[in-house]
Design a protein around this ligand. Structure first.
Ligand code: IPM
Ligand code: MN
Length: 346
């Protein structure tokens, strides 16, 4: 029995989560598994229903679960809220101790020529961000005093060590190559970061290089083929992973896994897209692949990850895509999932 907390969240969150749960139901039958699902309010929905983006009732459901599936949070409606939906997300990540955010830039074959960038079709992009998720400038001291405001960026050795370890271990399963991104020519916290990563490589001995974040932003566009594992801090990882999504053709197809020493949190990397919410046109792939990452990371079922990946790929190859994908067969969120499930059945 797998216990799953489902936080549908805001904007397009509910629609994409609902489609991913249809996939979950299919997997449950096909693999004869048993899922126990509990829904909880989160983000703006948490504020509306229970007065807080991460209410106590949600906390208990999260604590009960083996893994957490999350749609997206936020929207203009809550921009002025005392505790914004985004704050709920940060608290959830912290609560779970999910300090490691894996963001693979999956380049589906059918979407290869969809990027606005001139990519080399003969070469393969296969990179994965390992983003530190519970520290850095997101969690440092912050204050507003009249005309002054600051956000402190800080990293402690143990925080760098544990995220670096995840990156090194991942790189051993991949190409044995890490690019660690920092700004150590200016920032003290980056200096510590670089030192610790360098030290750890004495044990792991992978092909490690360091890059300043400004250069990395350029290199991702100039020559994305050079990267395999990109290890970086919280905010640099946030920014660079959105940038890198352009390589995949649409940010709508990209999943993430936030893991730590305990249970994982699985959410697409995109936001709640309030402008297209409720229209059944959102791309469900990032959410469905996040579900796939749940099987891979929380339940050690790489076979199920592969099964979902293969069928998502096939559905795209068949020419089905939501409006953000320039494919021949334009379909709605629900219809796209219909096609996916059809492929899974055959
Ligand atoms: C993400 C999002 C979040 C982040 C926001 C919503 C707090 O942009 O998951 O990338 O910055 O981490
Ligand atoms: Mn982001």
């Amino acid at each position: 029995m797998y216990k799953i907390a489902v936080l549908r969240g805001d904007g397009i969150g509910p629609e994409i989560v609902d489609q991913s749960l249809r996939v979950l139901n299919f997997i449950e039958e096909k693999y004869q598994l048993d899922f126990d699902i509990k829904y909880a309010h989160f983000g703006g929905k948490g504020i509306d229903e229970e007065g807080h983006p991460f209410p106590e009732s949600t906390k208990s459901i999260v604590d009960w679960s083996d893994a957490v599936l999350l749609g997206a949070v936020g929207g203009p409606k809550w921009d002025q809220a005392k505790d914004r939906p985004e704050q709920g997300l940060l608290s959830l990540r912290k609560h779970l101790g999910a300090y490691c955010n894996l963001r693979p830039i999956i380049t589906f074959e059918a979407l290869k020529d969809m990027s606005p960038l001139k990519l080399d079709q003969g070469k393969n992009i296969d990179l994965c961000f390992v983003r530190e998720l519970t520290g850095g400038i997101y969690f440092g001291k912050k204050e507003r005093i009249d005309d002054l405001a600051y956000d402190q960026k800080q990293y402690e050795t143990y925080e760098v060590k544990r995220i670096a370890k995840k990156a090194f271990e991942l790189s051993k399963k991949r190409a044995g190559k890490i690019c660690s991104v920092d700004k150590s020519n200016v920032l003290m916290s980056s200096k510590l970061w670089r030192e610790e990563v360098e030290k750890m490589n004495e044990t792991y001995q992978v092909d490690l290089n360091h890059m300043y974040v400004d250069n990395a932003a350029m290199q991702l566009i100039m020559n994305p083929y050079q990267f395999d594992v990109i290890l970086t801090g919280n905010m640099f990882g946030d920014i660079l992973s959105d940038e890198a999504s352009v390589l995949a053709g649409s940010i709508g197809v990209l999943p993430s896994a936030s893991i730590g020493d305990e249970k994982g949190l699985y959410e697409p990397i995109h936001g709640s897209a309030p402008d297209i919410a409720g229209q059944d046109i959102a791309n469900p792939i990032g959410m469905i692949m996040s579900l796939a990452m749940m099987f891979q990371n929380s339940f050690e079922r790489t076979d199920i990850y592969d099964f979902i990946y293969k069928n998502v790929n096939k559905t795209l190859e068949d020419g089905y895509g939501t409006v953000d994908l320039k494919l021949d067969r334009k379909v709605t969120t629900r219809e796209w999932t219909d096609q996916l499930i059809k492929n899974m059945q055959s």
